[in-house]
Design a protein around this ligand. Structure first.
Ligand code: SF4
Length: 232
């Protein structure tokens, strides 16, 4: 079956990445906070043996890609993943599921990063799934200054500095252009930080140009202007 560019684009937005051969796809499976349960791992293994070529890979952001799925099997894969509570996605012009370090178990962490990543996924990925943004939007969480998840390269990054208090960095990017984000002044509780994420996304939705990454929006408008809006 020959797919149009619009169909491929739509499938990509749902988490199905088309191959050059025009026949196969990678299915991107969201692993909340990068922590895969044994039952989920077994299901993914079953699926890649049944519909793919018997292997899967991990993405840089700790999600899973199951390669070599044929178009006619995409719905079967989606349905089987749902049996264990997993979903395909994490693509498109929206907030992506949060990328976090191992701060829920790491002795260096100032807060439970996995719990915060799950709050972010509920509120900004699932909760704003249909409220499209100018481009993808990456939220990064790290438990301490070591920044193993690279919060300075996220559209917005939360970095633990004191127990349950985080610094906030905005405007980073690791795409075609590497941009190091800049820090807002002060420290924030987790709840305050999530409200800032909300404000940043609204600002980006209203002020970003189509296709523009948030780092470019900040550069075009000016960090100080964006900062003063966010912190007033
Ligand atoms: S950023 Fe800090 S808390 Fe997170 S894994 Fe690295 S050292 Fe641990």
């Amino acid at each position: 079956m020959e797919l149009t560019d619009a169909q491929r684009k739509s499938l990509k937005g749902q988490g199905y990445l088309a191959y050059k051969d025009g026949l196969h796809f990678s299915c991107r499976v969201i692993i909340p906070a990068g922590a895969m349960k044994a039952q989920e791992a077994r299901k993914i293994t079953d699926i890649c043996e049944k519909y793919g070529k018997g292997y899967f890979s991990l993405t840089q952001r700790l999600n899973v890609e199951i390669p070599w799925i044929q178009y006619q099997d995409l719905e079967h894969v989606k349905r089987e993943l749902m049996e264990v509570g997993l979903s395909i996605g994490g693509t498109g012009m929206r907030a992506r599921p949060a990328h976090t370090c191992k701060g829920s178990v790491c002795q260096m962490s100032f807060f439970d990063t996995e719990a915060v990543a799950k709050l972010i996924d509920e509120r900004f990925y699932k909760g704003q799934y249909d409220a499209s943004l100018p481009n993808k939007f990456r939220i990064v969480v790290s438990g301490c200054r070591n920044g193993c998840s690279k919060p300075y390269l996220g559209c917005i990054g939360l970095q633990g500095r004191k127990p349950n208090q985080v610094a906030i960095v905005i405007g980073g990017s690791s795409g075609k252009e590497l941009v190091i984000g800049k820090e807002l002044s002060g420290l924030y509780s987790i709840s305050e930080a999530l409200d800032i994420v909300e404000k940043v996304m609204s600002y980006y939705r209203e002020n970003g140009m189509p296709g523009e990454r948030f780092a470019q929006t900040v550069e075009r408008i000016g960090f100080e202007t964006v900062r003063s809006f966010l912190t007033r």
